[in-house]
Write a protein that binds this ligand. Structure first.
Ligand code: PLP
Length: 352
């Protein structure tokens, strides 16, 4: 008899529109401006036929990255986008029916993987004012919980944990032997990191990506940081040669080009300041600037704005239903000022 996994069959997935058609995409938290063209050309300059024909070797770039992070290779596993690392952690550190606790709304793939592999994802909602009460998370950290998922900063709300809050969560996780996964996809937009815990302690992972500030979403590259035995488990889950040679070449060049990261950050900060100031000037309530995205409460119907942005303005943004005091609201990726100007102009026209 043919077999279909009913968990996969019943899975609800949203596949993003995969043809850009000149849309300005502010719905995926990419960098719409990208890396400088001359940088791209210089990185591609030394590509040889062998570079393309050979399987990628990860040792060199893992060393470069470990050096950059101030750690050793044994603490790092390279993955094909951090979404892949998250998947492997869920597969290897939780069981059938295993309990996973996470904040919602959040990056949706945590719930997708939980459903895909038959895990129970326990949702901890935000308070009405969109603050996150750590005690509510702790209340769900039962002895049979296997994984706690935290995002630093959180997507889409963009709030963060203080050291005290984080350490309190870690302490409970330790007492109850719960593995902790901290998703730091938006690190660099928000500098505070919990990576030292993943390097120095056991049973805590940090996942990071080159898709966001590093502006390399098209290359697919991320990494998992953790204790050596944990990282080895993740490594064992990987498909052979899972990380792309071009991705590692670009990532190494970004890390080693003086001033490049700083220039990406300062362009982003300028765009964010412009966006926040303009939203304030027009009386919009907003939140979430810790990442490279912002949550905006519109004056009119959020879903209608999303649709009109697409059809009339060729701009893609997202709407989120029922988010605390924001109700139905918009989530917009933040990028360079020129893109934010386009978005604001469209918003002011459509939202009245
Ligand atoms: C919070 C969060 N984590 C992880 C990812 C996955 O990123 P990637 O697979 O591109 O590394 C995303 C992507 O948007 C995200 O928002």
């Amino acid at each position: 008899m043919y077999y279909l996994d009913s968990k996969v069959e019943n899975l609800h997935r949203i596949f993003d529109q995969n043809a850009r058609n000149n849309y300005l995409r502010l719905d995926l938290n990419e960098n719409p401006g990208g890396l400088p063209e001359e940088f791209i050309n210089s990185v591609l300059d030394g590509v040889t036929p062998q570079f393309v024909s050979q399987y990628p070797e990860t040792l060199h770039f893992t060393e470069v990255l470990a050096n950059y992070l101030g750690t050793d290779n044994e603490h790092i596993c390279l993955v094909n986008g951090s979404a892949e690392g998250i998947r492997y952690i869920i597969q290897a550190f939780t069981s059938q029916n295993g309990r996973i606790v996470g904040v919602v709304p959040s990056y949706f793939m945590f719930q997708v993987y939980s459903d895909m592999y038959g895990r129970r994802f326990i949702k901890v909602p935000y308070n009405e004012d969109l603050s996150m009460d750590v005690q509510n998370i702790i209340n769900e950290m039962t002895p049979d919980t296997q994984l706690l998922v935290l995002l630093n900063p959180n997507n889409p709300v963009g709030n963060v944990y203080s050291d005290e809050e984080f350490e309190k969560l870690l302490q409970v996780a330790k007492e109850k032997q719960i593995t902790v996964l901290v998703d730091e996809a938006y690190h660099y937009f928000y500098r505070k990191t919990f990576i030292k815990y993943a390097i120095e302690d056991n049973h805590i992972f940090v996942t990071r990506t080159f898709s966001k500030l590093f502006s390399m979403a098209g290359c697919r590259l991320g990494y998992v940081v953790g204790w050596p035995e944990g990282v080895e488990m993740v490594q064992k889950m990987c498909t052979p040669h899972n990380t792309n040679a071009f991705a590692m070449r670009f990532a190494e060049a970004v890390l080693e080009t003086p001033g490049l990261l700083e220039s990406l950050i300062s362009k982003f900060v300028e765009g964010r300041q412009y966006l926040v100031d303009t939203l304030d000037a027009y009386g919009y309530i907003h939140q979430g600037e810790a990442g490279n995205f912002i949550f905006i409460k519109p004056n009119t119907d959020a879903q209608q704005i999303v649709e009109k942005m697409k059809t009339e303005k060729k701009i893609l943004i997202k709407s989120y239903p029922n988010v605390g005091k924001f109700g139905h609201c918009l989530r917009v990726s933040i990028g360079e000022k020129v893109f934010m100007e386009k978005f604001i102009q469209a918003l002011l026209e459509l939202d009245r």
